[in-house]
Design a protein around this ligand. Structure first.
Ligand code: GDP
Length: 208
């Protein structure tokens, strides 16, 4: 079903892009540690424990690859800016990710997750700038929509998008906890992996 859960299956963890199997089309998901990435991957797949694999010891700093039913793939990139990670490992993050971003054949777009309540942080902003410099197509998704009071949401949406250098309608707001816009995000992921630009400007918040 087009709007049903993404049929994600864990394939492998890798440190180098050269070790990854070929893909028909891939979206990569990235964000600050604790931004809600695992919760969102689980919600898209409608599986509680799926992204847990990316959080097991030894895997948190790796490229974690998931396959969808039709040979397209989702790459769960390591979270950035985790305070508990020693500085040396933090410094290695851009190097490993840069290799992936520059050399992954079939990479269709990178989904950058931003915390709806607190983002974009300075680290989010510099990560966005760096991704743009590398020339990879970026989609911004704001997580934890439910944490922003509905009375504050319109202003927060404008501020968050502006902080990311985007129009308000270019940011999809989602909540994994409250299941907000998850169907819309699945729909977009399915089109992004096919290199289609399926954002609907008439329906910026995916309310349909
Ligand atoms: P990750 O480190 O980016 O993979 O983030 P997690 O998915 O582990 O989530 C980090 C924390 O945010 C956890 O305590 C989650 O329960 C919480 N969280 C994740 N998504 C949501 C959401 O949509 N709404 C709310 N309120 N909390 C969330």
């Amino acid at each position: 079903m087009a709007d049903g859960p993404l049929q994600l299956q864990f394939v492998m963890s890798a440190t180098r892009v050269e070790d990854l199997p070929p893909t028909q089309g891939e979206v990569a998901v990235v964000g600050r540690s604790n931004v809600g990435k695992s919760s969102l991957v689980n919600a898209m797949a409608n599986r509680n424990q799926l992204a847990k694999v990316s959080k097991t010891p030894g895997r948190t700093q790796l490229l974690n690859l998931f396959e969808m039913a039709d040979g397209t793939t989702l790459m769960d990139l390591p979270g950035y800016g985790f305070a508990k990670v020693p500085g040396r490992i933090r410094a290695d993050w851009p190097k490993m990710i840069e290799g992936y971003l520059q050399r992954r054949e079939g990479l269709a777009s990178v989904i950058v997750l931003i915390d709806a309540e607190i983002g974009p942080t300075p680290l989010d902003v510099s990560t966005l700038a760096w991704l743009r410099e590398l020339g990879v197509p970026i989609r911004v998704v704001a997580t934890k929509q439910d944490k922003v009071k509905s009375s504050k949401r319109d202003k927060r949406k404008r501020d968050l998008a502006e902080g990311c250098g985007l129009a308000t309608r270019d940011v999809l707001w989602v909540s994994a906890s409250k299941n907000v816009n998850i169907v819309e995000l699945r729909r977009r992921v399915r089109s992004w992996v096919r290199f289609e630009d399926d954002d609907d400007p008439d329906d910026p918040d995916g309310r349909s």
